[in-house]
Design a protein around this ligand. Structure first.
Ligand code: FAD
Ligand code: UQ1
Length: 433
């Protein structure tokens, strides 16, 4: 009896490992089912049909991360930002709930964490960018203590809203790290919401008791001069202190102290905080190395989005080295280029689509205003609407809070949105951009 039980246990384990060490083949494999992977998978499902596309994605929930600024500001809930992946992805696609452990582009295969192998004819890499919490000493522990929060992770974004509400005055510091990050506007959007909340929402006028600081590793408030000049006026008007070339290196939560390195001379300066919103340093996944440039991002042609060396590989989104500002809006435009060019490649045709670096950053500047920045690789504004988007507008707040999430869930996530290019052309009625 006992022997029988042991035997069947051994057999079960063997069967289990055989199943997991097997290999499967697909015409198209998409590594990562986030914003970029999902959009490309759903667009391609209409071209390739059932059984030809595999999406490798460990999570069964999909997040609309741009909503996390609204969650941190208490306008939306984490729940509003999430949907089951199975509700969004086309049934034509095979979802492999696992993680890529290794890329072997010479063999046209990826190895998964469960040791199985997936072979492909064509590969799209869309792994996003990772938070590098260890780069700031004490950050992991500090995030569990009072007043330290971050909109950049699903498990810490709720604490931002708690910290803003619990703030009683003192120093409120908002950081920007010394690495590439996704949505370069997000570190300051939450600061403007906090400022507005302290001013308007609280009855005891806590704003007078607050010193708000933006401590950024960068040397300017925003890369595009048109929007930077508006933001510089806003911080001046709202009495926000800018400390540029300040890089957060350590947090001592027991003393409520944040230590920054001044990038100009290496000097270390300590700031007392009562609220500390951290944008963590970020880095591409190490497993990308066989496909990566020296900085670790997937090495693509910035116009075609095809890999520089492996012509059956394409990449888009936060993990690629196309020198755009990393946003979901950029992904929308990139997705159309990847789908068209990869399809041309599959059919041995010439690749015609060129990505111009289009990206957009809705700069939320209060509880009812947004400066809707849209620009290209050359940091040249490329605005959709025939009005000046370089000023704070209530209409753009409504667009960002309600219209764009609707577009995301109903069009982009379902493979039916390649960005607002068509509307831009229509609304400008032939006028120059
Ligand atoms: P992600 O959407 O992050 O997806 C990457 C996927 O890869 C994930 O699902 C992950 O599970 C998966 N993955 C990781 N490792 C592996 C592995 N080894 N194997 C398999 N799968 C793996 N963008 C805007 O356009 N507008 C905004 O207002 C805006 N605001 C933002 C505010 C915040 C606070 C944040 C955090 C982001 C914001 N963004 C905004 C940026 C936007 O969310 C990202 O640029 C976008 O999600 C990038 O898409 P992606 O597919 O490259 O990465
Ligand atoms: C956009 O297309 C997009 O992708 C869905 C975003 O991601 C969240 C954006 O933030 C923005 C601003 C756009 C651009 C769309 C319009 C209508 C201007």
């Amino acid at each position: 009896m006992i022997l029988n039980k042991q035997l069947s246990h051994v057999l079960l384990n063997v069967r289990h490992s055989v199943r997991h060490k097997s290999s499967q083949s697909f015409k198209l494999v998409i590594a990562g089912g986030g914003t970029a992977g999902l959009s490309v998978a759903n667009q391609f499902s209409k071209i390739l049909g059932k059984g030809n596309i595999a999406v490798i994605e460990p999570s069964d929930v999909h997040y609309y991360q741009p909503m996390w600024t609204f969650v941190g500001g208490g306008i939306k809930s984490v729940n509003d930002s999430r949907r089951p992946l199975s509700e969004l992805i086309s049934p034509e696609c095979t979802v492999i709930r696992n993680k890529v452990a290794q890329f072997n582009p010479k063999e046209n295969e990826v190895k998964l964490e469960d040791k199985s192998t997936i072979n492909y004819e064509y590969l799209v890499v869309a792994l996003g960018i990772n938070m590098d919490l260890n780069k700031v000493k004490g950050l992991k522990e500090a995030l569990k203590t009072e007043g330290v929060c971050s909109n950049y992770m699903v498990d810490t974004v709720g604490k931002t809203w708690e910290s803003i509400q619990n703030f009683k005055g003192g120093n409120a510091i908002f950081t920007f790290p010394n690495t590439p990050i996704k949505c370069a506007g997000a570190p300051q959007k939450i600061m403007y919401l906090a400022d507005d909340y302290f001013r308007k929402v609280l009855r005891h006028n806590k704003r007078d008791k607050a010193k708000i600081m933006f401590n950024s590793a960068l040397g300017v408030i925003f890369a595009v001069p048109k929007y930077a000049s508006t933001l510089n006026e806003i911080v001046k008007k709202r009495n926000i202190e800018l400390n540029f070339k300040h890089n957060l290196i350590e947090i001592k939560p027991e003393k409520k102290e944040a230590i920054f390195e001044k990038l100009e001379n290496g000097e270390k300066v300590s700031f007392q905080y009562d609220l500390l919103h951290v944008t963590p340093p970020q880095r591409p996944s190490e497993i990308l190395s066989p496909l990566a440039d020296a900085a670790g991002f997937v090495d693509v042609n910035k116009e075609t989005l095809q890999h520089q060396k492996y012509k059956n590989v394409f990449s888009l989104g936060d993990c690629s080295n196309a020198p755009k500002s990393r946003t979901a809006a950029a992904v929308a435009a990139e997705s159309g280029v990847v789908v068209e060019n990869l399809n041309a490649c599959m059919n041995k045709k010439e690749m015609k689509e060129k990505y111009n670096g289009y990206t957009s950053c809705p700069l939320i500047t209060s509880y009812n205003t947004v400066v809707l920045a849209e620009f290209d690789y050359n940091l040249k504004p490329l605005e959709t609407f025939p009005i000046n988007q370089g000023i704070e507008r209530k209409s753009m707040f409504w667009m960002t809070k309600d219209v764009i999430p609707f577009i995301y869930w109903n069009l982009m996530a379902r493979g039916r949105w390649r960005g607002p290019k068509v509307f831009r052309k229509l609304m400008r009625l032939g006028r120059s951009e």
